[in-house]
Ligand binder design. Structure first.
Ligand SMILES: Nc1ncnc2c1ncn2[C@@H]1O[C@H](COP(=O)(O)OP(=O)(O)OP(=O)(O)O)[C@@H](O)[C@H]1O
Length: 259
């Protein structure tokens, strides 16, 4: 991981929905070009953490900063800047995109929005689509006619087109088949590395995290209980939740780690 100043910093983050806390003192730091995975049992709070890191939900306690600026308490005039520097792609892919727009318009809108916020972007729709393995013929398709997996890929292409400082992905590519998912993961990984984009991916999909990230955090009992390169964490799991996860993945620990 790099030693550059942090792009994202979460300090003592607590959150919940009225019952017991879901997050209870999460700490994490992400530097430009870092690609971090968040693993954890279903319902442990991965999506909640992504929401908080992206400024979509305020923590009950603690704070999150993007390049030193709080993501949740940003004054309205600065909100656009934060939005341009940080992109979140949710599980359901393309929420918030007009399904009547074509793929080309959707990507061009993202370029335009980023330039308005002072970002330098290309205007190359073909290159933006190529990162997620979609050929140029998709440009004329209306978003509403795309399959679930294609929508997820457009959502990621659109987020990356703006060249954010930070990209947050919550269970990306769930609707894309395994071999395609790995290819796309490799392309995204190469781009974030080249451009120094910080990447955080919450997922159950260990193979995806293996392709996409160089470090994982395990979330359990509201906190980060393990941290390290994925294969090391899976080879010597310390926490019962990580052990359970490994038991469900015999091929990963049985001498055949993910490729
Ligand atoms: N709006 C809400 N109101 C009440 N409880 C919620 C709400 N959203 C999430 N929760 C609860 O908070 C906990 C954490 O949910 P979250 O979606 O963050 O977990 P997750 O790790 O992303 O789960 P999964 O892997 O199944 O997607 C769960 O127990 C969930 O039921």
């Amino acid at each position: 991981m790099s030693s550059a100043p942090a792009v994202l910093e979460a300090t003592d983050v607590w959150a919940g929905y009225g019952g017991p806390p879901v997050l209870a003192g999460v700490e994490l730091t992400l530097r430009p070009g870092d690609a971090i995975g968040v693993l954890g049992r279903s319902g442990v709070g991965k999506s909640t953490l992504v929401e908080i890191l992206g400024g979509g939900m305020r923590p009950a306690q603690g704070h999150v900063t993007l390049g030193g600026v709080p993501v949740a308490k940003t004054p309205r005039r600065k909100r656009k800047d934060v939005k341009a520097r940080l992109r979140t792609v949710h599980q359901n892919g393309i929420a918030g995109v007009d399904i009547q727009r074509t793929v080309e318009e959707t990507i061009l809108d993202a370029f335009k929005e980023a330039r308005k916020a002072g970002r330098t972007t290309s205007n190359d729709v073909e290159a933006a689509l190529a990162v997620v393995g979609l050929p140029i013929r998709f440009v004329t398709r209306r978003v509403g006619t795309l399959s679930g997996g294609e929508r997820q890929r457009i959502a990621i292409a659109r987020a990356l087109a703006t060249r954010p400082d930070l990209l947050l992905l919550d269970e990306p590519l769930t609707a894309v088949d395994q071999s395609m998912r790995e290819e796309i993961a490799d392309d995204i990984r190469a781009l974030v590395r080249t451009d120094g984009i910080g990447l955080l991916v919450a997922s159950h999909d260990v193979r995806l995290l293996d392709r996409l990230t160089d470090h994982v955090l395990v979330l359990a009992e509201g906190r980060i209980v393990e941290s390290g390169p994925l294969r090391e964490v899976l080879r010597a799991p310390q926490h019962p939740d990580t052990q359970a996860l490994v038991e469900a993945l015999p091929d990963v620990v049985g001498g055949q780690p993910p490729r």
